[in-house]
Design a protein around this ligand. Structure first.
Ligand code: CP3
Length: 348
């Protein structure tokens, strides 16, 4: 087993003592980097996901170019619906499209339960190759979408403005919805276990669309399945992070899901959340991603505000409150990383 030289991220996830706060950034392997765009000019997005050499290359870019404390494997949450049998395309400047969206039980019966070692072997190969090339410099994070967020894409067929199709589906066909959530949950649990077995040091579950549900619907259609997945993941001490965007209300329920770390978006005050659930879980976040458009003094002041809000001691993984935007100047991210590395020493 490779020894990880910079293990600050894993230590903070487990709330062990650190001498500074670690930082990584959602969507750090992406279009804001000219080096990513250079690879992307030659290959389409899905080819990049399916070619371990290319996935490894862009996964490592932010570690080498920006000095990030953890790598996250380059892939997408929608590889699971594709592996279950749906046709996926990334439409240029529009986002993902899943063809023949799911609207009834017959379509659900046509979907298959995945075997990650067969159907998503290319991701596992990318994880193993990246792990090898990182050679212990920083930990590697694996990820999946939550069942709720994946079902939302599978029913809407892509992004959505008001989520009418998924809401019609859960309110008119709740049994079919729960059947589909169960199938996706089994696939996600097996997939995350396989990623850990292939070398991921931590895994994150993205519940991007948790926040479109009322508190009780969140519990019924999202949280229950996240909790079930966490209990099924085969792991030793690899931390599980849950990022549920816009979920203000069920934070204490989320903290009881078995997750080691809860990711927060930028609309919450880190210090308040720490007071309510900080004795149960570590917290990740939560700088507003658009702060990276601001001048350096503003970036520094806001980064310090986030760290001050969390306060002294371990249990904080610095991150943005959602993914980095494609038109951010990479220099500004580098500046943020340097500020966090330097200024966070005061809090430990
Ligand atoms: O964080 C990382 O750097 C790892 C890679 C990663 C990608 N997608 C690469 C990607 C991760 C963790 C994801 C997760 C993902 N994918 C989520 C959950 C996270 C979130 O942002 O809430 C979601 C909802 C998706 C689905 C998806 N994939 C969308 C909506 C889009 C289009 C987004 C856009 O801004 O155009 C994608 C495409 C995608 N996934 C890109 C990247 C780098 C851009 C594709 C390109 O290069 O053209």
């Amino acid at each position: 087993m490779t020894i990880i030289k910079n293990d600050l991220f894993l230590r903070a996830c487990k709330r062990l003592q650190v001498d500074r706060t670690p930082i990584w950034v959602m969507r750090q392997a992406g279009r804001y980097l000219p080096e990513y765009r250079a690879v992307r000019e030659k290959y389409d997005f899905i080819t990049m996901c399916k070619t371990p050499e290319l996935a490894a290359e862009v996964t490592i870019q932010p570690v080498e170019l920006i000095g990030i404390d953890a790598a996250i494997i380059f892939s997408d949450i929608l590889v699971i619906p594709e592996a279950m049998g749906m046709k996926l395309e990334m439409i240029e400047s529009k986002g993902p499209k899943l063809f023949d969206p799911i609207r009834n039980i017959d379509q659900i019966k046509q979907l298959k339960q995945i075997d990650p070692y067969k159907d998503l072997k290319y991701v596992l190969d990318a994880v193993a190759m990246t792990k090898d090339q990182l050679n212990g410099r920083v930990p590697l994070i694996g990820f999946a979408g939550s069942p709720w967020t994946l079902m939302t894409y599978m029913v809407e067929g892509g992004g959505s403005k008001n989520f009418s199709e998924i809401k019609k589906f859960i309110y008119n066909q709740p049994e079919a919805a729960h059947k589909l959530l169960d199938m996706i949950s089994d696939s996600v649990a097996d997939y995350l276990s396989a990623k850990i077995e292939s070398g991921a040091n931590a895994v994150q579950i993205f519940d991007t669309w948790g926040g479109i549900l009322s508190p009780s619907d969140f519990e019924e259609f999202s949280l229950n399945y996240i909790t079930k997945i966490i209990s099924k993941i085969k792991r030793e001490d690899e931390p599980v992070i849950v990022f549920a965007k816009g979920v203000h209300y069920n934070l204490s329920e989320l903290a009881n899901s078995g997750a080691d770390v809860i990711g927060l978006d930028w609309t919450m005050t880190l210090g308040d959340v720490r007071k309510s659930i900080g004795d149960k879980v570590a917290l990740q976040g939560n700088l507003d991603p658009t702060i990276l458009y601001a001048p350096k003094e503003k970036i520094k002041a806001e980064a310090i505000r986030v760290m001050k809000s969390f306060g002294k001691g371990t249990g904080h993984v610095f991150n943005l409150g959602h993914g980095i935007l494609p038109d951010v100047n990479p220099e500004n991210l580098k500046y943020l990383v340097d500020v966090v590395k330097e200024e966070s020493k005061l809090f430990h």
